[in-house]
Every structure is written in structure tokens, then in C-alpha cells.
Ligand binder design. Structure first.
Ligand SMILES: [Zn+2]
Length: 1020
């Protein structure tokens, strides 16, 4: 049935990048660098080349691997001694213009002049990292040039510091009568970051457990300390920290190393000499007795039970992370202690029912010079502190006595094997982050990559000493006096107090100002505004051209066969390193409406409740031993050609080593045929954990919740998306988590099962190596044969179902061979879009705003124009208005596949003003005041997304899930390339103007007097 697959030629076996790198000789000198080490690391399919720069001592690691998604990063050890946020503000400011590229904000501009697959910068506790990746060699050189110049020769202008760091400015900069306020991008970003209670807890934990040096401060900046930073201090910090002698360079992929070295030497390093650096972090002095602290945080507005909102944890300082094998062992040990329902702390803490979930930063943490382990609970009552503390002590004693089951250790080592083999589409970035901390403290990054050695050594230790792990637990957890007991309680007045402290700080600053200072502030405010409003000349920056975009895409070969004579199974042969990826999609069309809100909950517990003869613990054990994970999620897919049609279902995803496929499919088969929904206590635990996770996620994803809400009334699918993924779902889960009797909810699960877990409306997909596919086909066929079929014919609940073949003979998908996939779409001919404005009250000091407009589906040529327009509006208008002038952390426009055009802002100090900016952005778009160059840049930026690399595990998924063939993608590509100035102005007028299309609005944020007065808003 799929024999044709085997006749194809598979090119990816070639390993030329690794082989070529093996030719380098130790001692060889290339462009100012000397090679110190060349090592093959077969388990990761790469060759590591270690070098250093002769004149500056800069360190360099190249990982040659046959991967076209090449990555560069440069990392500086930045170890601040105060909480002014100096490394974080510097990270922002160096990206505001440099000697060779003096234009403002070259970093954001390069997003539009490149086909980069990733561009960003991170400030960690003790280093700052600048990574980018791209698949295009010319682009790599362009970006490298901009990054090097930014890092080593930034302008660091005073106005940049004002904009990115902090400043005093009049509320309305052009009116000196309005009050002075603190403004600045990092200032607001950190205010937003500290609305996240988990973040507050983690920061305090690290500050207090490692109090002697740089880890006692907030590297990102404490909003109350940021205004103490001066521009002079910033420049001084740059000179001493962003020097090649304090730098670590990293490159990854299949591009030539020589070219990288030449460019880095010529454009940056040749202009420096070695300096002595004093950025190292000393070892933390060990305590001789434990310490205890209590802190406070903001209340959780979604929690009904305000008496159970306390967090409590115990943390232990472990070993230095450069002590690699010891660190590897402690990392595994930590997983054994806390992960999964079979771990001792899950059993003793989570299943005690005292709290909702583990405390933040639970488990092993290795982003500091010395690693630490933390364990505790959140969502507990204050009176239960002692109980929790005793449970933790008791659990440690029990582990020392009993040790761990062998199967659990095997499961963990198996997980390590899968992690090595699974290839993400951003493997270079993953590796760069994996080695960053250890390398930062002068650990050998090449040793760190030899995971196979650690596993072997670990097995050896266990064999020689069966009590190996128990002794470690005794040493690090029982007999360790460097132990921190931390608790956090909500304070109803928390945000009020924060605001008051900010006001005091502000008053203090204002009081110290002379008349002259005040005039300067007014003048500089105007100057900054003028600079932000000036048309910008980015012509100094390198850029790719539209002609650098590939005109056609390579097609992905797929085979579709019918299993059991009825269920379509899509096969995609890929270089998966011996892993098999199995997915299934099952339609929700027959599910009664009243059960729909419970589908996400059903999905999140389905693989965790036990099935067949396995109870939930045994099931978890089997999943860990035999698979790389089995997950289930609701899936709503809008149709590509009709806004009012969509497919609704549930997606089952899993992966395993090819030898384990029969076992994994057996587990699925038990889950489908005999799932268990009996363990009420366990169900309660799972519900609490996912409710907690959802509400903790709001500060990070507020803009997404706002957008989902805003689009709720615009298309028939919008309502379902709100039900599954919106604030409605968050609230429902919170409500269920707080029910005293959860049985009525539990009883819904077997009902959902009846409609969902059968093969009436199902399709499957398999991604595996070509050698493995025939075998995989047999196993999947077997799985399908054993699935139950529903006895009676079920009618869809919504009467309007369209049967849509994914492709047909006439349109012809040349890359798909075999049978037809038919999708059953839901439609509602009576649907009328309507406007709705919702304000969700949350106690945060920042807003998340979404405004949505109903436009056209994916296949409509206007869709392509709107997609380019969204990018254009973001880059040329909204970024300036919302972020630079408005002080929000982010903002922009986007067009989703579902045809919803969204304007949004993220961690925004403004609300109504931002909605005005959205309006101005639309006027700007309609006026057509943009150039051909602007359009080309927007196209490049859109194509860097369209052409983002797809991992072997995900190839063919657009076709499987959305029915989007490569022909359709090619047609869309041509529409994108054909977008012109006229078309952009045309779609702006046609869709975005007031009265043109239906809009929806939503804000998540604090109380707002203006909105409260406006009756068109619904406040929730
Ligand atoms: Zn930042």
C-alpha cells in the first residue's frame, strides 16, 4: 500500500558538515583564532570545534551539524550588584543603534530586512545572550554584522537610555502642566513581570538562597530601583562587561566556520586587546543553619477561597553546575523526587490535597553557579505550613530508607534518550541555551554535550552501589544546612502598596529637581517625542531582497491509506532519528452542546486516569517507560475558504522510539477502549493543578485571552474558541477546582468518551523513517481494527455539516498519493457577526488589549494583502505608537488563518489611548503613506514566518489537520509576492475602516473609570 515510499532517494543521510569539521587540526590558526579541540559527538549527530581568539581571549564554540537552520549567539557574563536592571536595560539599549548602523532600533528593523528564523536577546541572572538563526547564508552575514556592531560598538545615546530604561516625563509630553511620571520600556516591562506571583516567588527564592553576590539582586530590574540607574553607570557597565575578553561566541549548523571567524575577527575582535575581567561569581558561603522568610504578593482575583492562597517551599543549595556528572545525577534525582504521580513528593504533597499544585521553581534549578532544588506547594492555607514542612521532612527520610524503583530510573534514562533523538526546528537555539549557564562559569561546554557518557557513568555508579541515590539524598537534602524555608501570602493591599511606594519614589525624585532640571525634562520629553516621530532612514542596514525569497516551496510527499477499510492514515517519511510520531484526530460533531465546555478538561486528564488493567500510577509508569509523551488537546480548525465553516475535534499526539511502537499503540488502544474515570481523589488533584496552571498563565498570555474574547462574536467558530481556550474556560476550571463535590463533573467524562473515542469520525497520521513506515502501518492498522465502533448511528448536533474532501482529482494534490481524506465541517447559515466590547477586571497594574476585525479566509487573495498589511502596520506604525511612545512591552497587528485581523497590546500602561492608536493605525494604512521599500520589508518579514523550518515530526501536519495542500500554500505564496501598494490601500479601506466590518474589543486589566462610564462595554 505504501511501497512507493521505499523507492525514493533519501538525501539527508549525508553528514558532510560534521565530516568536514573533523578535518580541523588542534593548534591550527584561522583568522585570529586558534583551534583547541575537535570532538565528534555522535549521539547528537554533530562535531564540536573549540577555539579561542588570540588577541582578546574571546572563547568560541562551533557545532557543525547537517542542519540548515544556522544559529549564532554571543554571550557576556553580566553580574550586577544592584537591582537597577542594568544588564537588562543595556540589553535593550545596545539594540538602539551602533557606530556602523546608527539608525534607531536596527534590531527591530532587521526583523523586516531578513529571513531570520529567530532574533532575540535574553538577560539571565548572570549572563546576557544575543542569538539569531537563519537558513540563508547572506542573511547570516548581514545579521552577524548588525549583532556584532550592536554588542561591541553601540551608540548608547542618552535618549535611548530614556526610552528603553526609565525617564521622568510629563503625562502629556507636550503639556508641562500635566504631572511628571516614570516612563520607559524596561520600567513598564518589569512592572508587568512582577504582576506574576510565581515570578515574585522565584525571584525572592533565588535572592535569599544565594544572598552573598549577584544572585541577591534582580538582574531584570526592580521597578522601585530602576529609577536609581544613571546613563553614566550604563556606559561603564558596557565597557567592562561587553568586551571580547568577557565574551563567549557560539555558532551552529552547516555553514562554513571560516567565514564566521573571518567576519567576527575583522568586524569586531581585531579592534580589541585582552583585558582583565572581574565578572566571575564567587561560591556562596554555606550556612550552618537553615533560614526562614515570609514575603507577600498580589491576591489571585480568580480564586474563590481567599484563605487558601499561600505558597510554601523548602529549597536546598546543591553542587556547582560545572561539577557536571554530579549535576547530571542531581538533575535526574530531582526528577525522580518530583515528576509524575509515582514520585514520592507527588504522592506525599500533591495527593495530600493541602494545595493546588507544586510551588514555583519546583525541582532542579541550574541557572546559577550552584544549582538548587526546591519543593513545596501553592494554594495552601497558612495554618498548614507546619504540616507541609513535616511532610517534606518525612518524605526525604522515607526516600533515604527505601530508595527508588528500578523501573522509574529506567523510565528517566529512556526520556534522556528520546530528548537526544527528537529534533526540534530550533535545535541550535536549544543547544545554545543548554550550555549557556555552565559555560558562563567556565565549565567545558563540549563535555556537557556528551550525554551518552553521563548516562553510562550513572549506570556504572548504580551498579557498583545500589544505595548511590539514597546516599545523595542524605547528603544534599537531609544533612544540608543550606536550606531556605520561604512562604508567600497574598496581601489585598499589595498593588496599592506598590503604587504608593512608586509614588513616594516619584515624589522623592521630583523634590530633588531644580527649576532647570524640570525645564530639561520638558525639553527632553519633546526631543524624544520628536525623534520617535521622525521618519526613519534605515538604508544603512543590510537587507535581503524580495528576489532572495524562494519563488516555490519544496513539496512534502505524503501517502494516505485506508486502515480497516475506512479510516484514513497519512504517512510521511522523514529523517526522525528512529522516532515514530503518531497522531489521531477525532471529530466532536456528535457531542451534545452541554458537554462541550468540559472537552478541554476531558483532554487534559484522559491519559492520566488509568485504563484497562492499569491504574493511573501504572499507566504513568508505562507512558514514561515506552513513550516520549502522550497528550490530548481540543482542536478547532477554521476552514480555509469559508469564514463560517470549521472543523471541531480532539487531537491525540504521541511519540516513541521505533522499537516501542506496538507498546505505545497498545496504551492508546486501552485509553480508547477502556479508559478509567473512577478515581475521584486523583481527578480532583488533576483539576486543581490545571486550574492553577491556567490562572498562573494569564500575566504571560493576557493579550491572547483578550484577542480570543474580542473575536468571539465575529465568526461561528469564535464562540467555541472562547469556550475551549478563553477566559470562560479559565473561570470554569477555577469553579470546578473549588467544588466540594466534583462527582457531577467526573460523570460527564464517560459521556464525552462515548461520542469521541470511536472510529466514526477519525483520521490518523504517522511520521517515521522510510524504513520504519511499513512496520508502523501494520501496528496502526491493528490499533484501528481493535477500536470500538458506536452501535447506533449518531447524528451531528448542529444540523449543518459539509463533507469536504481535502483534495480531489480535478484540483489534484501531486504530493499526496493514495486515498481521500474527507473532513466534516460545521456551518451555521443563520450566523450574523456582531460587535461586543468586554472588560475583564484583573488586579494587574497593566492592560492587555485586543481589537478584532472579521475579514476573509485564507484562500482569498485579500487575505494575503491583509497579512502583509498587518506586518506593515506593526513595523511602521504600531511599534512606535504602542511601545516606544506608549511604553507598553509590545503591540502590533496580525492576521490569523481564521481570517480575524487583530490589533493588540501587551503589558500596556494605557487602555483607551491604545484603542485610539489602533484607530490612527487604520487611518495611516488607508492613507497609503508607505513606500515600496516598506512593503518589501513587510514581505520579507512575513516570509521569514512562512518559510520557518518545520521539524521532521511536524512535516505534513498542515495537510493532516487543516487540509492545506502544498499547492494551496504555493498559491498563497504567489498571492503574497503579488501584494502591491494599491492592494494594501484597497484592503485597508475595504475591511478596516469604521462601519466596514464588524469589530470586537476586549481588555484585561485594572478598573478603568472611562470604560466604566461607557455603557457599550460589558464589565466582567
Ligand atoms: Zn526586556
Amino acid at each position: 500500500m505504501i511501497s512507493c515510499v521505499n523507492q525514493k532517494i533519501w538525501r539527508w543521510r549525508s553528514n558532510s558538515a560534521c565530516e568536514k569539521a573533523l578535518q580541523y587540526k588542534v593548534g591550527e590558526k584561522i583568522h585570529g583564532f586558534t583551534i583547541h579541540q575537535v570532538t565528534s559527538i555522535p549521539e547528537l549527530f554533530l562535531t564540536a570545534v573549540k577555539l579561542s581568539h588570540d588577541n582578546t581571549g574571546a572563547q568560541y564554540l562551533h557545532l557543525a551539524r547537517e542542519d540548515s537552520n544556522n544559529l549564532f549567539s554571543v554571550q557576556f557574563r553580566t553580574t550586577p550588584m544592584d537591582s537597577t536592571g542594568i544588564p537588562h536595560i543595556l540589553e535593550h539599549t545596545v539594540l538602539c543603534g551602533s557606530q556602523k548602523y546608527p539608525c534607531r532600533d536596527p534590531f527591530f528593523k532587521m526583523l523586516n530586512r531578513s529571513l531570520s528564523t529567530f532574533m532575540n536577546a535574553f538577560t539571565a541572572s548572570d549572563y546576557t545572550l544575543y542569538p539569531f538563526s537563519t537558513q540563508n547564508p547572506k542573511d547570516f552575514q548581514n545579521l552577524l554584522s548588525v549583532y556584532l556592531d550592536a554588542a561591541f560598538f553601540p551608540c548608547l545615546r542618552e535618549l535611548d537610555f530614556w526610552q528603553e530604561g526609565w525617564r521622568l516625563e510629563h503625562e502629556n509630553p507636550s503639556d508641562p502642566q500635566t504631572p511628571l511620571l516614570f516612563k520607559g520600556v524596561v520600567f513598564n516591562e518589569m512592572k508587568g513581570a512582577f504582576t506574576d506571583n510565581e515570578k515574585i516567588f522565584s525571584v525572592h527564592l533565588q535572592n535569599r538562597l544565594l544572598p552573598d553576590h549577584t544572585y541577591s539582586v534582580v538582574s531584570g530590574g526592580d521597578p522601585l530601583c530602576i529609577p536609581d540607574l544613571t546613563w553614566e553607570q550604563l556606559k561603564e557597565f558596557h565597557a567592562t562587561h561587553y568586551h571580547p575578553s568577557n565574551a563567549r561566541f557560539f555558532t551552529y549548523g552547516n555553514f562554513q566556520l571560516e567565514q564566521h571567524l573571518k567576519q567576527i575577527h575583522e568586524e569586531a575582535l581585531s579592534k580589541f586587546q585582552t583585558i582583565e575581567t572581574s565578572t566571575a561569581v564567587p561560591a556562596q558561603k554555606r550556612w550552618n543553619k537553615p533560614k526562614e522568610y515570609q514575603i507577600s504578593c498580589g491576591p489571585d482575583s480568580l480564586a474563590a477561597d481567599s484563605s487558601k492562597q499561600t505558597t510554601f517551599s523548602i529549597s536546598f543549595l546543591l553542587t556547582e553546575i560545572t561539577n557536571m556528572f554530579e549535576a547530571f545525577t542531581l538533575n535526574l534525582l530531582s526528577s525522580l523526587l518530583i515528576s509524575g504521580p509515582n514520585s514520592p513528593f507527588y504522592k506525599s504533597l500533591i495527593e495530600s490535597g493541602l494545595g493546588t499544585d507544586f510551588s514555583p521553581n519546583v525541582g532542579y534549578n541550574d541557572c546559577t553557579r550552584e544549582a538548587y532544588f526546591s519543593v513545596g506547594l501553592q494554594g495552601i492555607a497558612e495554618k498548614d505550613f507546619e504540616t507541609v514542612k513535616n511532610i517534606i521532612d518525612r518524605t526525604i527520610d522515607e526516600v533515604i530508607e527505601k530508595g527508588f524503583e528500578n523501573d522509574r530510573i529506567e523510565a528517566l534514562l529512556h526520556k534522556t534518550e528520546i530528548q537526544m533523538k527528537h529534533q526540534s526546528s530550533s535545535f541550535g537555539l536549544t543547544l545554545s541555551l543548554y550550555i549557556a549557564s555552565c559555560w558562563n562559569h567556565d565549565g567545558d561546554p563540549v563535555e556537557l554535550l556528551k550525554l551518552g557518557n553521563f548516562v553510562a557513568q550513572f549506570r556504572q555508579c548504580l551498579m557498583e552501589n545500589p544505595k548511590f541515590l539514597q546516599e545523595k539524598v542524605k547528603q544534599y537534602f537531609k544533612n544540608n544546612q543550606h536550606k531556605l524555608i520561604l512562604s508567600m501570602k497574598p496581601d489585598d493591599k499589595y498593588y496599592e502598596k506598590q503604587t504608593q511606594m512608586e509614588t513616594e519614589k516619584l515624589m522623592q525624585k521630583i523634590d530633588s529637581l531644580s527649576l532647570n532640571d524640570k525645564q530639561q525634562i520638558y525639553k527632553k520629553g519633546l526631543e524624544l517625542r520628536a525623534q520617535q516621530s521622525k521618519p526613519q532612514d534605515a538604508s544603512c542596514l543590510p537587507a535581503l531582497k524580495i528576489s532572495d525569497i524562494e519563488p516555490t516551496i519544496p513539496f512534502t510527499e505524503l501517502d494516505v491509506a485506508l486502515a480497516g477499510g475506512e479510516i484514513p492514515v497519512q504517512y510521511c517519511a522523514q529523517p526522525t532519528n528512529g522516532l515514530v510520531y503518531f497522531r489521531a484526530f477525532s471529530s466532536l460533531n456528535t457531542l451534545p452542546e452541554e458537554l462541550k465546555p468540559y472537552v478541554p478538561l476531558f483532554c487534559s486528564v484522559l491519559t492520566k486516569m488509568g485504563s484497562g488493567i492499569l491504574d493511573y500510577r501504572e499507566q504513568a509508569q508505562q507512558i514514561e517507560l515506552k513513550t516520549g509523551g502522550m497528550t490530548v488537546s481540543p482542536h478547532v480548525v477554521p476552514d480555509d475558504s469559508h469564514l463560517d465553516a470549521y472543523e471541531q475535534g480532539v487531537l491525540f499526539s504521541s511519540l516513541c522510539l521505533d522499537r516501542n511502537l506496538p507498546d505505545m499503540m497498545h496504551l492508546w488502544s486501552e485509553i480508547f477502549n477502556n479508559p478509567c474515570f473512577e478515581e475521584e481523589e486523583h481527578f480532583k488533584v488533576l483539576v486543581k493543578m490545571s486550574a492553577q496552571e491556567l490562572s498562573n498563565g494569564i500575566p504571560d498570555s493576557g493579550h491572547l485571552y483578550a484577542s480570543i474574547r474580542a473575536s468571539r462574536t465575529l465568526t461561528p467558530v469564535g464562540d467555541l474558541q472562547e469556550t475551549f481556550n478563553g477566559m470562560d474556560q479559565v473561570r470554569l476550571m477555577k469553579r470546578i477546582a473549588e467544588m466540594t463535590d466534583i462527582k457531577p463533573v467526573l460523570r460527564k467524562l464517560p459521556r464525552i468518551k462515548k461520542y469521541l473515542l470511536n472510529c466514526d469520525n477519525m483520521r490518523c497520521s504517522v511520521n517515521a523513517t522510510p524504513q520504519q513506515i511499513p512496520q508502523a502501518g501494520k501496528v496502526v492498522e491493528n490499533f484501528i481494527k481493535n477500536l470500538s465502533r458506536s452501535k447506533k448511528e449518531r447524528k451531528p448536533v448542529r444540523p449543518h455539516v459539509i463533507e469536504k474532501p481535502v483534495h480531489n482529482e480535478s484540483s489534484g494534490s501531486t504530493h499526496v498519493n493514495g486515498s481521500q481524506i474527507i473532513r466534516k465541517l460545521i456551518t451555521d447559515p443563520t450566523f450574523k457577526p456582531c460587535q461586543m466590547k468586554t472588560h475583564f477586571l484583573l488586579p494587574f497594574p497593566v492592560n492587555y488589549i485586543g481589537e478584532c476585525v472579521r475579514t476573509v479566509p485564507y484562500t482569498d487573495p485579500d487575505h494575503a494583502s491583509l497579512k502583509i498589511l498587518a506586518r506593515l502596520m506593526t513595523a511602521k506604525f504600531l511599534h512606535t505608537e504602542i511601545r516606544e511612545k506608549g511604553g507598553a512591552y509590545g503591540g502590533g497587528a496580525k492576521l490569523s488563518h481564521n481570517g480575524i485581523f487583530t490589533l493588540y497590546s501587551y503589558r500596556d500602561p494605557n487602555s483607551i489611548e491604545t484603542l485610539h492608536s489602533f484607530g490612527k493605525a487604520v487611518d495611516w494604512a488607508k492613507s497609503g503613506k508607505f513606500t515600496q521599500q516598506d512593503i518589501n520589508e513587510a514581505k520579507l518579514s512575513v516570509f521569514s514566518g512562512v518559510d520557518a523550518p518545520v521539524a521532521p515530526s511536524d512535516k505534513g501536519m498542515d495537510y493532516f489537520l487543516c487540509g492545506r495542500s502544498d499547492e494551496m500554500k504555493q498559491a498563497h505564496r504567489e498571492q503574497l509576492l503579488a501584494v502591491s501598494h494599491d492592494k494594501l490601500v484597497n484592503v485597508s479601506n475595504k475591511f478596516l475602516g469604521t462601519g466596514r466590518s464588524t469589530h470586537g474589543l476586549a481588555i484585561l486589566g485594572p478598573e478603568n473609570a472611562k470604560i466604566a462610564k461607557d455603557p457599550s462595554w460589558i464589565i466582567r
